[in-house]
Design a protein around this ligand. Sequence first.
Ligand code: FAD
Length: 466
Amino acid sequence: MKPNVQAAKEALSHLDIETSEAAIRSKSRDFFWYSPVLKARLDHVEADFVVSPRSEAEVIEVLRTCYAHDVPVTTRGAGTGNYGQAMPLAGGCVMHLTHMTAVKEIAPGRVVCEPGILLKDLDAACKEHSGQEIRMFSSTWATATIGGFIAGGSGGVGSCTWGSLRDLGNIIRLRVVTMEEEPRVVEFRGEELARVSHAYGTNGIITEVEMPLAPAYDWVEMFLTGDDFMEVARFAEELANEDGILIKLATVFEAPIAKDYFQRVAPHVEAGDNVIGLMVAPHSMDGFLTFLGRRPGVKLLYRSDETEWPRAPGHVFEYGWNHTTLRALKVDPAITYLQVRYGFPQHLELIEKMREALSPEVLQHLEVLKENGKVMFAGLSLVKFTTEERLDEIVRLHEEAGAMIFNPHRYTLEEGGRQSVDDRQLAFKREADPKGLLNPGKMIAWDDPDWDYAKMYAYPKMQAAE
Ligand code: FAD
């Protein structure tokens, strides 16, 4: 059926609706431009209108109305996602959850809130209420929403201790609205959470979340340096394996990332310095300094509670995760990145192998990650981009060596994930979005169940570039 955008807009005109060209353009975009491959393909994509519901009842109204008029709906938290997750490939409506920011309940170990609250505001509310904080957040803590993190993110600051978002216990409950003639509200826990978490809003809209909390600390944020890259990587792993030392972040940057791309750190390091970024709980600092004292190859450069630099570096976590790529891109627009899983127990061996084969074209940026109780690394490697063919070859070299790639140069769930259909997400989409109007083009299995992943998927209904 052809979408009747005009009829949907008129029916929703009593809501907070934006039709200005500039607002629509900016709210149709996310951080897709990190990828030269996606930049070339998605730059023209634009919604027809943006609506910002104030409540779950208004979300239901938007979905019911757009269903009636066959208008696609792409949900937006804050639009900090990569890979065009929040971009409306087929146009239609962008539903921006910016007003849905209420914190509904805070109890020991858990918080219930609306999806549009910023991670930093949620943290502040939990801290003020009872000295608690969210266990993990994306490094876009200051700008991203909790709903967008659950629907589009995977883990981040805190994952060195708590694992990834998809691990059991890291989301308690989600409340979800379907896109049917009469939208339903469903609540998911346990096994059912996998239906909609990290599903890019392709099969339901999250209107309430319940997340676990941990005690809040004034984390000591640090930079350390070391000459030998593998020694520095082992340092980060061994620290994460120290059972009595509580950390929230352990990041490793191969030289010369810090010298070349971290403007406020650069005056304090040499080009040959490999750098570690850490967050350690204040009560663990004695243990940490003892740990450090046993490793003369690594030196403390900066600690947030003591060091005064003329230009303070800000949060150390805003150098890690995908902020590393952002900082590098600001200095050198030819930089892009890859997302690599260096799984236990081959993680260090694989890192060494890839570094020997590809540095300095590919520089190692590692994040300590816990998976099933084992410490391993996520790589968000910096890549000096030359051509799409070379990028594909670099991906292939990793895969052949046994390092799994979550390809950030693709806009579909499957290609950015494990290159396979998630049957739970697909089955729920059949139930919850029978017309296929939610964030179209992002789930290959919905459009083309026989797709073989040998080449990049091209969504056939993608808006044509002018
Ligand atoms: P958006 O970008 O608005 O949305 C993300 C996806 O979720 C979209 O598909 C959207 O349609 C969908 N969505 C949003 N809200 C809902 C809802 N209520 N119901 C259903 N679907 C919804 N990611 C990480 O996981 N870890 C990191 O450490 C990290 N670091 C980053 C650093 C930088 C500098 C950048 C640019 C990105 C980073 N990201 C990271 C990606 C992104 O910032 C996070 O995933 C972030 O939490 C997304 O939140 P958002 O509100 O911006 O979501």
